[in-house]
Design a protein around this ligand. Structure first.
Ligand code: HEC
Length: 105
C-alpha cells in the first residue's frame, strides 16, 4: 500500500514536473524553484499537498513552526524515519526558503 502510494506520488510529481518544464520553454531561466524541488523530493512522503500521510507529518504550514535555518537543519540531519540530506546545497536552501513561507497565520 505504501509502495503503491509512493509510485503514484512519484508519477504525479513527474506530471507536475513536465508541466513546469513546459512553462519554461523558450526561457533562459531553467533552474528549479523551491516549490518544484519540494514537490519532487518531499511530497512522496509528506503528501502531494504536503498535508501529511501515514507517519509523515504535514509540512504545509511549517513556516509557523520553523524558520528557514531550522528547516535546513531537518533536511541536513534527517529526523526519525526521514533520511538525512535528501537534497543539498542550493536545492536545500531554496526548498527551506519556500517551506518557511508556508504559514497558516
Ligand atoms: C522518506 C520519507 C520522507 C521524505 C522523502 C521526506 N520526509 Fe520530512 N519527515 C519524514 C518523517 C517520517 C518525519 C517525522 C520525523 C519524526 O519526527 O520522527 C519528517 C519530518 C519533517 C520535518 C519536521 C516536521 C515537524 O513538524 O517537526 C520537516 C521540516 C521535514 N520533514 C521536511 C522535509 C523536506 C523539506 C523534505 C524534502 C527535502 C522531506 N521532509 C522529505 C519523512 C520524510
Amino acid at each position: 500500500m505504501k509502495k503503491t502510494y509512493f509510485l503514484l506520488a512519484t508519477f504525479v510529481s513527474f506530471i507536475l514536473l513536465l508541466g513546469a518544464c513546459g512553462e519554461n520553454e523558450g526561457s533562459i531561466e531553467t533552474e528549479d524553484t523551491g516549490q518544484i524541488i519540494v514537490v519532487r523530493n518531499c511530497a512522496n512522503c509528506h503528501g502531494i499537498g504536503l498535508n501529511g500521510s501515514d507517519n509523515n507529518p504535514a509540512i504545509n504550514w511549517i513556516g509557523d513552526k520553523y524558520n528557514k535555518k531550522q528547516i535546513l537543519e531537518v533536511i541536513k540531519n534527517g529526523r526519525g524515519e526521514m533520511p538525512a540530506s535528501i537534497i543539498k546545497g542550493k536545492d536545500a536552501s531554496k526548498a527551506a526558503e519556500y517551506l518557511s513561507g508556508l504559514k497558516l497565520k
